[in-house]
Structure formats: structure tokens, C-alpha cells
Design a protein around this ligand. Structure first.
Ligand code: ADP
Ligand code: ASP
Ligand code: MG
Length: 407
């Protein structure tokens, strides 16, 4: 049985008219495979509205109940789409996470997929030609509803594609594919035909929300080819796949940005062993993900420690740091939310030096101050003031030749 997994994002299912387009894509999928598993996001805006509602009802919404609430967004779109398929004469039914079941850990709001009952899915596929699966959601072993984190329907789709042996996982969205940078902020961004898993992973983790990070991790681990394409045209899109030697020809293949950054600094920290552990231990216990970290050289036995986190974790981080600062005898804790991160990514960087210097020079020329830097084998990430983020993206895009057509 040839099974194709297709995922449709929030803007693709926002209205009845859009869902009719989605139905065409699914009907086309049925011509290319025996069965289709269509994974749907909530309609655009629904997840945000539900989260707002939680915020109105509670100062600090219970995470587990929040998941019960926000998962209904996908329940709405999946049921509506199943109706539409049936009206179009296609044998279909909707499936919620718990009905499969798609089992996750108990990390409410950012749960990780543990297992998927693929036999049950194959059983359903005996009876139906299309299964409409509510993305973004699962349940724990003890039947509590969970969600996989913002953008998590991509991960639902790739995980399903992996367990069902789908030839390709198609991710349908509102852009034609993966671009050299976000086409909505840089008009000279160009669509890539292919991108390597590890580059896509860095792009996603540096803020390119076109794919959820964990979906790329899954795709790479289980070797699922992922094709990002548009619901609204027939462009073949971008294939996310294994790296090959031709991909190294480009020094930098993409620029990403992330506005969801906050910077926290502890001033006057005693420069003695155990201090970093005392700062970052409590944060990791509370599940706060720390991104960049810089510790200054010590002056008179005192130093500064600066790090970045997601803005949603700022309140809890400042609470934890107030306590930590008094425990370790730090002078003060300051923070800044008007910061953002821009990154240049490319497997070609591995074998070349000087990429970072070129990026710094280009930003300096435009008077953009560099606040923090972090690098990996195939990435340079730079923290700047948020007001410069779009300018910085365009400058880096141009600096690394991504504005020009490759001949
Ligand atoms: P969906 O609701 O379909 O999951 P998302 O909004 O999550 O869609 O992701 C698509 C968006 O990702 C695009 O509209 C675009 O603004 C943004 N994006 C960011 N970086 C890139 C990139 N490098 N290539 C394509 N799109 C990108
Ligand atoms: N509806 C969820 C969100 O808005 C999941 C998704 O769209 O992938 O984050
Ligand atoms: Mg998305």
C-alpha cells in the first residue's frame, strides 16, 4: 500500500475556499498514492486566539489544561475538512491524536513524540482512502492531551511519514518552498530547489519558521524526504534531503532571523568555580532553553555573564536570576527585550574561513552594532538590536551573493 503524507498549514485551511484548494491537493495525492494521510493545522489565527483566551482566564494558565484548550484548533479544522472530503465523494474520516494514538512524553506545550500506532493507522486505511489527522497534538500514556510546540503540525506529519514509510512528506504552506531567507521580508530571496537536512535544521533553529525544528530532526533521523510547497500553485517546491557534494559549492545558503530573543546579564559575578553551574542549573531545571552565552574576562575577580532566552521565558528567568544573584553574590541583573538574532547558514562554511569577518564588516558598514556572537560548524549567529533585523537580513543576503541568480 503506497501511502502519502501531506500536511497543510494554518493559512492553507483558513477558509472554506482555501480548504477546497486543499481538497484538490489531496485528490491529486490520491492519484500518486493508494492512500493519503492529510495532517492539518488549526485555521490561521485560531491557536493564538485560544492562547489569548487562556491568558484572560488565568494569570498563569495550567500547562496541561492549555494543551486541552489549544488542541481544539486542530480538531475544528480536521473535522471540517473531513466533511468537505466526504461531500466530494472521498472516503475519509478525521483522527485526533489520542484516537491514533500518537503517544508523547508529558512535556505539556512542547511534548516530544514517543510512538505512533502505525498498525492502527494501517487498519483505518483499509476502510478509508484519506485519514485527516489533527496535527500538533498527541496524548501521554495516561491519556492526557499534549501539544508539540508552536508549528508542531510539521512534526506530526514527518513522524507519521516515518512510521508509515511515506515516499515523501509534503508540507503545503503559503510560500512556494524554502527560500534563501524569509521572502516576506526580503524581496530578493530566492527559492531553493533542494536543501540539506543539516542546513534546514540550522535555518529552523535560527528562526526560519517554514519548518518546525523537530520535524527536520525526525526527517534527518528517519531519512524522510520532505517537500515544502505551496497549496496555491503547482510549483514543485523545495526538497529537504541528504547533503551531497554539490551543496558545498555555496558558502552561505541561507539567512535566518529570530525576533523571539531576550538578553539577560548578571553584572559583578564572582569569578570562582561553580558560578556558571549555579546560574544555568536552575534554569535548565525549570525547562528554560538558553541560547547564546558569553562570559567576560575577569576584572578584580569579578565578571559578567550574559545569555539569551525566548521572550516567553523572561518572567520566570528573572525570578530565578533574582534568587541566583543573591546566592552567588552578583551585583545586579539587567535585561533587554529589544534584541533579535540574525544568522548565516551554509554547509560550505565548513571548509572556508573568513565568513564571520565578512558578516561583521557588512553589518558594521551599515552602523549595526553587534551585541553577541555564536558560531557552529555551519552557522554564524549574531545578536543585534531588533529595529535593525530586516536591514541586517537584507545586508547579509546580499553580502553572501544570495541576491544573484546562480549560473
Ligand atoms: P504554516 O502555517 O503553513 O505552517 P508558517 O507560517 O509556519 O506556515 O511558515 C511559513 C512562513 O515561513 C512563510 O510565510 C514565511 O514568512 C516564513 N519563512 C521564514 N523563513 C523562510 C524561508 N527561509 N523560506 C520560506 N519561508 C520562510
Ligand atoms: N496550530 C499550531 C500553531 O499555530 C501548530 C501548527 O500550526 O503547526 O502553532
Ligand atoms: Mg508552520
Amino acid at each position: 500500500m503506497k501511502i502519502l503524507v501531506q500536511k497543510f498549514g494554518g493559512t492553507s485551511v483558513a477558509t472554506l475556499e482555501c480548504m477546497r484548494k486543499v481538497r484538490e491537493k489531496v485528490a491529486d495525492g490520491l492519484k500518486r498514492a493508494d492512500k493519503v494521510v492529510a495532517v492539518l493545522s488549526a485555521r490561521a489565527g485560531d491557536t493564538n486566539n485560544l492562547l489569548d483566551l487562556a491568558g484572560q482566564w488565568s494569570k498563569d494558565p495550567d500547562r496541561a489544561e492549555c494543551d486541552v484548550l489549544v488542541s481544539t484548533g486542530e480538531q475544528v479544522s480536521a473535522s471540517l475538512f473531513a466533511m468537505l472530503l466526504k461531500d466530494g465523494g472521498i472516503k475519509a474520516r478525521s483522527l485526533l491524536g489520542w484516537q491514533i494514538p500518537l503517544i508523547t512524553d508529558a512535556g505539556f506545550g512542547r511534548a516530544r513524540v514517543r510512538s505512533i500506532d502505525s498498525d492502527a493507522l494501517r487498519g483505518f486505511l483499509e476502510e478509508y482512502d484519506v485519514l485527516v489527522v489533527a496535527g500538533f497534538q498527541g496524548c501521554t500514556e495516561d491519556k492526557r492531551i499534549t501539544t508539540l510546540g508552536r508549528g508542531g503540525s510539521d512534526t506530526s506529519a514527518v513522524a507519521l511519514a516515518a512510521v508509515l514509510g511515506s515516499v515523501e512528506c509534503e508540507i503545503y504552506t503559503d510560500v512556494d518552498g524554502v527560500y534563501t531567507t524569509d521572502p516576506n521580508i526580503c524581496s530578493s530571496a530566492r527559492k531553493m530547489d533542494r536543501i540539506a537536512y543539516n542546513e534546514m535544521l540550522e535555518m529552523a533553529s535560527m528562526g526560519a519558521k517554514v519548518l518546525h525544528i523537530r520535524s527536520v530532526e525526525f526527517a534527518q533521523k528517519y531519512k524522510v524526504p520532505v517537500r515544502v510547497r505551496s497549496t496555491f500553485n503547482d510549483d514543485p517546491g523545495t526538497l529537504v534531503t541528504q547533503e551531497d557534494s554539490s551543496m558545498e559549492a555555496l558558502l552561505v545558503s541561507g539567512i535566518a532571523y529570530d525576533r523571539d530573543q531576550a538578553r539577560v546579564t548578571l553584572h559583578g559575578v564572582p569569578d570562582v568555580p561553580g558560578v556558571a553551574a549555579a546560574v544555568f542549573g536552575p534554569l535548565s531545571e525549570k525547562g528554560v532553553l538558553v541560547d547564546m552565552i558569553v562570559q567576560n574576562t575577569s576584572l578584580d575577580g569579578l565578571t559578567d555573564i550574559t545569555f539569551t532566552i525566548s521572550r516567553k521565558d523572561l518572567k520566570s528567568t528573572l525570578g530565578i536570576m533574582a534568587e541566583t544573584a543573591s546566592n552567588i553574590g552578583a551585583a545586579e541583573v539587567v535585561h533587554d527585550v529589544n534584541v533579535a538574532k540574525v544568522s548565516a547558514i551554509g554547509v560550505g562554511m565548513r571548509n572556508h574561513s573568513g565568513v564571520a569577518a565578512r558578516a561583521f564588516a557588512a553589518l558594521t558598514q551599515e552602523g549595526i552594532n553587534i551585541l553577541m556572537i555564536s558560531t557552529s560548524e555551519i552557522k554564524i549567529a549574531i545578536l543585534i538590536q531588533e529595529k535593525y533585523v530586516e536591514l541586517a537580513v537584507r545586508i547579509l543576503h546580499d553580502t553572501f551573493g544570495l541576491d544573484w541568480d546562480v549560473v
